[in-house]
Design a protein around this ligand. Sequence first.
Ligand SMILES: *[C@@H]1O[C@H](CO)[C@@H](O)[C@H](O)[C@H]1NC(C)=O
Length: 237
Amino acid sequence: MAGVSGCIKYSMFIFNFLFWLCGILILAVAIWVRLSKDGQEILSPGDSGTSPYIAVNILIAVGSIIMILGFLGCCGAVRESRCMLLLFFIGLLLILLLQVAAGILGATFKSESERILNETLHENIKLLSAADENAKAFQKALTEFQNEFKCCGLVNGAADWGNNFQENYKSCECSSLSDSCVMYDGKNVYKQPCISLIKEVVAKHILIVIGIAFGLAVIEILGLVFSMVLYCQIGNK
Ligand SMILES: *[C@@H]1O[C@H](CO)[C@@H](O)[C@H](O)[C@H]1NC(C)=O
């Protein structure tokens, strides 16, 4: 057999070098956000929620994994190290399998997740007329959504806001006198409730995530094939 194909070796090197850099970049930004005061303000202006940290911690984990795999692939290719290439292959295969498993789970429980989303949204109607911290946060989020998507209330329109309507009607306010507006409590507001729009937005985001996952899977399969070919060629040298 001929020796190691330069083309595969150097593509492995270049791509994994880029991945390694991306990993370092992600890791650096995530750690910066996690540690710095400015970063903390970006994540939770005012009150200190804990949930934004979950996202940052996930980023730190993802960045580390990309960095390690990139390093293994890149060094494994240049030094023609079978051990590193094998570790790279196994790591990538595990990620691909996890991704496939998540996809299968997601597809299996699709109707279940839709039901949960629907129920959560119906539950949240209560929050619109409440006054605690949790409710305030949800109200703020819905207000922004109403502004952007020209809807009002969750399920039953403006009435969902209950006693809080007068305080929050601004984002519901309909400037024209068209069919899409309705009078409620002395204000001209959007007739359409937000629930179907929220569901659409969620569905669109899920579609984006699925698209990214498929794109990643293609790259991962390429990485698996390249590292395996290189591994075999080194063995045959
Ligand atoms: C959403 O949930 C509500 C209340 O739980 C129910 O009445 C409604 O039929 C559900 N809608 C869909 C589309 O599942």
